[in-house]
Design a protein around this ligand. Sequence first.
Ligand SMILES: [Zn+2]
Length: 351
Amino acid sequence: MSSFNHCIKFELDIKDENIVFKDYFYKSIKLQKHKIYEAELIQPACPFCGSLDLLHNGHLITNIHYPTANASLPVIIRLAKQRVKCRDCDHWSMAQSELVNKYCSISNASKLKALSALTEDRSMTSIARENNVSINTVQRVLGNCSHRFIDSCEYLPAHLAFDEFKGVDRQLHFICLDSDNHQIVQILRTRYKKTLLKSPWKLYLKRFDELEKVHPRYNWHYKDCLTQAQVVTEGINTSTALENSYNLMQSFIQAVETGNTHELKSLINCQDQIGTLMHKTLLTFEHNLTAVLNGAALPYSNGSLEGFNRKIKQIERTAFGYSNFTNLLTRIRLEEDLYKEKEPNSLLMAA
Ligand SMILES: [Zn+2]
């Protein structure tokens, strides 16, 4: 009997000394074949006074879902927890194990497996199916470690990259990364409203020497065959202010790319006749001159964050969207490489 017990414990990787396996059999539950193990959980001593003089009073039987390598044959441990009364202090108690939490029928091993699957780009439905638990259980596992990622802003790194991304209910959320180690500093629920422009505005933002100058394309707006360069030239020729603004912006792009802060400074103080919006922008730059010059001179950029936002989009797409912001936030943090390398155990136990 003892070697049978050891053999099953080795197979299921259960180390608790107080669990003794007695039998196993197959049973069909809801038309699916299940592998059932029968075990007893022994209460060795009174948890209140440590006495060994115990009066046994039956068992509480719990069916525990346990992870299995073969998802088509789910494993259930039918655990009989000993109920005892202490003869010394008269307290009642029930045997407990690390295999499963009190009042719970999902083994901690199953939760751990679900949590480690949550750090990958997978849908909750597929995780639930593989681990033979309900989607609600997977959601609860996600919820249990969310407290780690909400309001955890005790420090600010020296260099921040920040951006927004479309998340729950098509709202825009705020995200910022540490520019040095590319780790998330904070994700906030904040929304922004933004008007999006259409038409050929993108061409005006491009560098002039990158515009197509040889092959003309038919343009519905101009009802003519024009190259990109011609579209822009035609556009800016209509107004001196626009032309000046455009040339100023082109010089500005060049100065930023070459890190020429001297040139930037003189451009910001430019006295040419320009549009009111451009003038407003220059005033803002003048107001934040140190930040603008630092931005041009230092190597930090939002590149790493833009990459991260691409990843967030993928997370949302895999789940077909999230309706709960905290769940989305927790999932983003779990899929961060930081937690993939670490033992997910620490996350679950802190819950
Ligand atoms: Zn006692």
